[in-house]
Design a protein. Structure first.
Length: 96
């Protein structure tokens, strides 16, 4: 499976779905599927549930954000992505 990762700065407030739609359109362009960009339909099932694309339905994606960083991976099928900002912490506290 070919996977593409998109990343950008993010203010942490609004716009994650907008960024997701922009990245999905870029991914479709890279896949030579520009005819499907206008049909992109992101469905939001509600709080704490993952949004999904009803059209085209074969887009697999994973979003992650940490601090001022937003990332999204795209492919065909299920995939996962996680980004974590680094911070100082004590080894003892981490072990606990």
């Amino acid at each position: 499976m070919d996977v593409m990762i998109y990343y950008t700065g993010w203010d942490g407030k609004n716009g994650s779905h907008r960024l997701l739609l922009e990245a999905a359109a870029d991914w479709l362009r890279e896949q030579d599927r520009t005819d499907q960009i206008d049909a992109l339909a992101l469905m939001d099932p509600g709080t704490y549930q993952k949004p999904y694309f009803s059209s085209p339905s074969d887009i697999g994606f994973s979003i992650s954000h940490s601090g001022n960083f937003w990332m999204c991976a795209f492919g065909r099928g299920e995939l996962g992505l996680d980004v974590q900002g680094s911070q100082k912490c004590s080894p003892k506290r981490l072990a606990e």
